[in-house]
Design a protein around this ligand. Sequence first.
Ligand code: LMR
Length: 314
Amino acid sequence: MDYDQVSDQERLIIRFPYVTGENTPKGLAAKKFKELIEKRSNGKIEVQVFPNSSLYSDYKEIEQLQKGNVQMIAPHTAKFSEILPEAQLLDLPYLFNNHEEVGELAEGPVGAEISRLLEKKGFKLLAVWNNGFKQLTNNQKPIQTPEDLFGLVFRIAHSEVIKEQFELAGAKSIVLPFNELYGALEAGKVQGEENTVSNINNKRLYTHQEYMTKSDHGYLGYFVITTNQFWSSLPKDTKTMLEETIDEVTEWERQTAAKMEEEQYLQLKQQEDLSIYELSPKEKTEWRNTFHSTYQWFTNKIDNKVIEEYIKTK
Ligand code: LMR
């Protein structure tokens, strides 16, 4: 598209808050999106990004999007679990083997189905961005087997699937927003948490955690989303520019996420006070088997053929 042709509309402001730090896949992609859109629209569209929960915490930002106070958000898919229980598919332990499989899901029939379901709830799904795979940290003991989780208390994002995963191992879980996580670890309100390498590194979550297990036991990614109402208010050429730019940023974001996961893992390994245990491929298979009953548990909770068919392949 020739972006000079974009409608001579009134100035448009897109407010885009997010909860992670800036040096994360989401933070860098939000910045890139802002730069490209402002350049391509010759400044007619301004994208205001608010990192680090500086505007709203993660549950609030969905509410504020619905109210029209912000126009774009990219929350962890688990944070949609109340609005869209089917989104918890992405929380199933060991659902993906690598970042490419996430792209295949997002661009395939399951992605289209999730987009359709979100649309019925008033949301327009623009893209799925990756962060990476979740790891476990805690301040009590090294965790090598799922049995080692027994009795520990972990902070989780709101998702019944994630809660079930910890319950299966006899661990407790407490739902807290991301911006309260560091404080909860510091105060000992929870003993551990699960998160990606870039979030653990960027938010210095290791500060009050002695142990980390490189388990890669689950996926953490984002629904880049707006409302149907905002989307339908935009001129056609603005929509095209936004869509083309988001597609471009999404491709870049996914590559960046995979690269950051490797690079920031090396940085975590430099932390002298953090002892890291890396599961072997064989151990990962054992962990996967331990938690695999969550797949049937989740299937029983939803009623969606497309998603059920996908789960059967796993
Ligand atoms: C978390 O709450 O742990 C993550 O979802 C934060 C994020 O947005 O990556």
